[in-house]
Design a protein around this ligand. Structure first.
Ligand code: XIL
Length: 322
């Protein structure tokens, strides 16, 4: 245990963050080497980037990230093979039959998993399959073309391609929405009965004031009771969930509230039985580069480091909780 760094403080699990190939050198490299031992590609291992046109793969950025991990002894979490929000146009408008569509998806999953065999430790196979509100399966092109059991098919393709890689299902709002949590566990139970899944990723894009500890614990409990690995997969904590456009800096009260929430998350994670621990991943490094700024279009300070790469109270709270 080395209590001076995040990864040094984490016992029995990894500390991850989201990266892109252009942010692996200089100060990024220093921070990555100090605090992290697991990396997720923020968007360059999604289908629209890796497979932009039929029979035409683009593995350049993904290779750079994977090689960085291999060269530095940092695990790579693959993210994400099938996601309705990163489906290339040619797949949305696929001109062949349904059978040809399914064969194309099998070929894609197989090609990617074989390429990174032994280098990528784990994959999110399907990401965010549950529709907001109804908690039914989203009517994505994958469901339309491959049927209601498309998820099972994709996990089977992945298992066949690499029986040793860990397979995860990843989604959001599983703590704040008990209906969504139940829908997610239904999907997982179907996969688990066929031994097609190894873990659950709870994204945990949350706010300083919620969801509560007990709601987060409910996600953990359901995962542990199913004997699966728990990934806190895309952690960030909004300090301005009210969406106040006049916020120009992080107030000391909000900084402390955020720090307390980061500490709570780390404590919850720490208490998970060792056999179910996997990784706790923060979705980015610096506040000014968080995806949330674009997503919500309002100021926020959701991460562990400020724009100057200085650690925030959030970092200290997180470290204390680990
Ligand atoms: C986001 C990235 O952060 C952005 O850079 C990208 O433009 C869109 O995707 N849920 C997920 C992540 O599973 O892949 C998303 O990442 C954030 C929401």
């Amino acid at each position: 245990v080395d209590p001076s760094s995040l990864k040094g403080s984490a016992v029995g699990f990894s500390i991850g963050t989201a990266v892109r190939d252009s942010r692996l050198s200089g100060q990024y490299n220093e921070v990555l080497q100090r605090d992290f031992n697991n990396l997720t590609s923020e968007f360059q291992m999604k289908m629209d980037v890796m497979y932009p046109a039929q029979d035409n793969y683009n593995f350049g950025p993904a290779d750079a990230i994977v090689n960085y991990g291999v060269n530095n002894g940092i695990d790579i979490h693959g993210h994400a093979l099938i996601w309705h929000n990163s489906t290339p146009n040619w797949v949305e408008n696929f001109s062949g039959t349904d059978a040809e569509f399914e064969a194309m998806i099998e070929d894609y999953i197989t090609t990617v998993l074989e390429r990174y065999k032994g280098k990528v430790r784990s994959w999110d196979v399907v990401n965010e399959a549950i529709e907001d509100g109804s908690n039914e399966l989203r009517n994505s092109v994958f469901r339309q073309r491959m049927g209601d059991d498309y998820i099972q098919k994709c996990y089977q393709f992945a298992r066949n391609a690499d029986p040793d890689v860990l397979l995860f299902y990843n989604d959001y709002n599983m703590a704040s929405d008990s209906g969504k949590r139940a829908a997610m566990f239904d999907i997982v139970d179907t996969l688990n009965a066929l031994d097609l899944i190894d873990g659950i990723g709870a994204q945990l894009h949350i706010s300083y004031n919620g969801p509560s500890r007990s709601d987060i614990q409910a996600v953990v409990n359901g995962t542990v009771s199913r004997n699966l690995l728990m990934h806190f997969a895309e952690l960030d904590i909004r300090t301005n969930p009210e969406g106040d456009n006049n916020v120009t800096a992080l107030s000391s009260e909000r900084a402390i509230a955020q720090s307390d929430k980061y500490k709570e998350l780390a404590e919850i994670y720490n208490a998970i039985p060792l056999a179910n621990k996997f990784a706790l991943t923060v979705w980015g490094l610096k506040d000014n580069e968080s995806w949330l700024l674009d997503f919500w279009g309002v100021p926020d300070f959701p991460l562990l480091y400020d724009a100057n790469f200085d650690t925030k109270p959030a970092y200290q709270g997180f470290l204390e909780g680990l």
